[in-house]
Design a protein around this ligand. Structure first.
Ligand SMILES: *[C@@H]1O[C@H](CO)[C@@H](O)[C@H](O)[C@H]1NC(C)=O
Ligand SMILES: *[C@@H]1O[C@H](CO)[C@@H](O)[C@H](O)[C@H]1NC(C)=O
Ligand SMILES: *[C@@H]1O[C@H](CO)[C@@H](O)[C@H](O)[C@H]1NC(C)=O
Length: 233
């Protein structure tokens, strides 16, 4: 996006587990100095670049978009919350003018009606948490004061070739230990409405790349989002 966001992520250390039959659960923790585990992280120059035989490498095609031929686009056709696609968006409508992988913005920006539908479903799933004022471009925020466990819905991206990407909480939530104004712990859905109504397309921001290794096979015309083998959160 044109309005590049330079936000520093002040992240809480959150402990994740999967609740039985429900979505993901986070627990606040004060252990903010804990560093990510790197024990299983292969060296950059050798194994990391070899994705052959890596079972969870699921490629989606890079598509060329006439309105931005120098950018990487993917064929995102749906977003599902807890396994159900947002309605009423058949793939053709969902695509709009395409979905760009945008390395300049932290957050993900969706065509306005698509974002509105996502927000509505997300709010239903998060109804038990008190809302918090908007933060930056993010208008779906929660006040997690006194909240020990946070139950988040599952969010999945579906692509035109049938592949899916289940988003980790780090990919779709933006957590802050202290709200800049009143100093309370909060978190926001790290998605917002694309600002330019005259040019509706979706932008996948860099936060959606967290916890994943992004494999660009440009010659092969494809990209993969591989769950990090380094335990990076
Ligand atoms: C959310 O995803 C987890 C892990 O894949 C799964 O066990 C759980 O059933 C899903 N929950 C819902 C409500 O879809
Ligand atoms: C693509 O963008 C143009 C404006 O540039 C708009 O008129 C058109 O409706 C958009 N197409 C879709 C499918 O959203
Ligand atoms: C956040 O929640 C706490 C505890 O309920 C409350 O005292 C505080 O006023 C809330 N802040 C905002 C901005 O809603």
């Amino acid at each position: 996006m044109a309005s590049t966001m330079h936000l520093t992520l002040v992240l809480l250390c959150l402990v994740v587990s999967h609740a039985h039959g429900s979505s993901r659960v986070l627990r606040w923790s004060d252990d903010s100095d804990a560093s990510p585990s790197t024990t299983s992280c292969p060296s950059i120059t050798s194994a990391l670049s070899d994705y052959s035989g890596h079972a969870s490498v699921k490629y989606v095609p890079l598509v060329t978009n006439p309105t931005g031929p120098n950018f990487y686009y993917v064929d995102l056709v749906a977003i599902a919350i807890n396994g159900k696609d947002l309605l009423p968006f058949p793939p053709a409508l969902f695509r709009g003018n395409g979905t760009m992988i945008d390395s300049q913005s932290a957050f993900t920006y969706l065509n306005k009606p698509i974002y509105a539908a996502l927000r509505e479903e997300f709010r239903k799933a998060m109804a038990q948490y008190p809302p918090a004022p908007a933060f930056s471009d993010l208008d779906t925020c929660y006040n997690f004061t006194l909240t020990e466990y946070i139950y988040l819905p599952n969010i999945t991206f579906r692509f035109g070739n049938g592949e899916t990407m289940d988003l980790d909480d780090r990919q779709f939530m933006y957590f802050f230990r202290e709200h800049l104004i009143d100093g309370f712990p909060f978190g926001c859905l790290a998605f917002a409405a694309a600002p330019d109504e005259n040019f509706p397309r979706n932008f996948i921001g860099t936060q959606v790349q967290r916890t994943k290794e992004i494999v660009y096979d440009v010659r092969g015309g494809k990209v993969a989002f591989v769950p990090s083998r380094c335990g990076l959160r």
